[in-house]
Every structure is written in structure tokens, then in C-alpha cells.
Write a protein that binds this ligand. Structure first.
Ligand code: H2B
Length: 96
């Protein structure tokens, strides 16, 4: 059963993400990052790659695409906040 990140886990799991362009969402237990690409097709291709991982892990982003940018918000709806699944998907997104 997925659980909300503990305070200790937040320090270890979230810190590298916050150092890599992710930030906490004001007033919500979630993280957000805007990715910028060369053009729309590159942005959409990245979204497609990310979508396959989201589906494989049954953990899906909240995202908003405008032309060559993709704003991604991650939180685990089932636990009402951040879990290790969000950190896992964030790391994967940063690597794609
Ligand atoms: C039944 C539940 O919707 C599924 O287990 C998955 C689908 N994708 C999901 N994605 C996210 N971000 N949070 C969830 O809790 C979640 N649950």
C-alpha cells in the first residue's frame, strides 16, 4: 500500500528533485516542474515517452502542454499527497 512520504523521506527523496528544477506546489502536497523543448513535436514526443512509464507504473501526472512547454504536477491522489511514486516518476521524467 502506497503511503505519504514521511518527514525523513522527504529530506532524502525530495531534496535531489528540488535541486533539479522541481518545486513544492503552494498549499498542496505536490511537486511541479515546467519542461521546455525545441518545439511542439519534441514536447509531445517526451510526453509520449513519459506516458508509457506512467501507464507501466499506474501512476499518472497532471500535466499541461502549451506549444514547447509541459508543466508537470505530481501527487498521489490515493494518499492525498506526495509518495515515493511521485519521486520515482519525477526522476524518470528528468531522465527522458
Ligand atoms: C485506482 C487508481 O486510480 C490507480 O491505482 C492509480 C492511477 N494513477 C494514479 N496517479 C496518481 N498521480 N495518483 C494516484 O493515486 C493514481 N492511482
Amino acid at each position: 500500500m502506497t503511503e505519504k512520504l514521511s518527514d525523513t523521506a522527504r529530506k532524502t527523496v525530495l531534496a535531489p528533485l528540488l535541486d533539479n528544477g522541481w518545486s513544492m506546489v503552494e498549499g498542496r502536497d505536490a511537486i511541479v516542474k515546467t519542461f521546455t523543448f525545441e518545439d511542439f513535436t519534441q514536447a509531445f514526443a517526451w510526453m509520449t515517452r513519459a506516458a508509457l512509464w506512467a501507464e507501466k507504473w499506474d501512476h499518472h501526472p497532471e500535466w499541461f502542454n502549451v506549444y514547447k512547454t509541459v508543466k508537470v504536477t505530481l501527487s498521489t491522489h490515493d494518499v492525498g499527497g506526495l509518495s515515493t511514486l511521485d519521486a520515482k516518476l519525477a526522476r524518470k521524467m528528468d531522465s527522458l
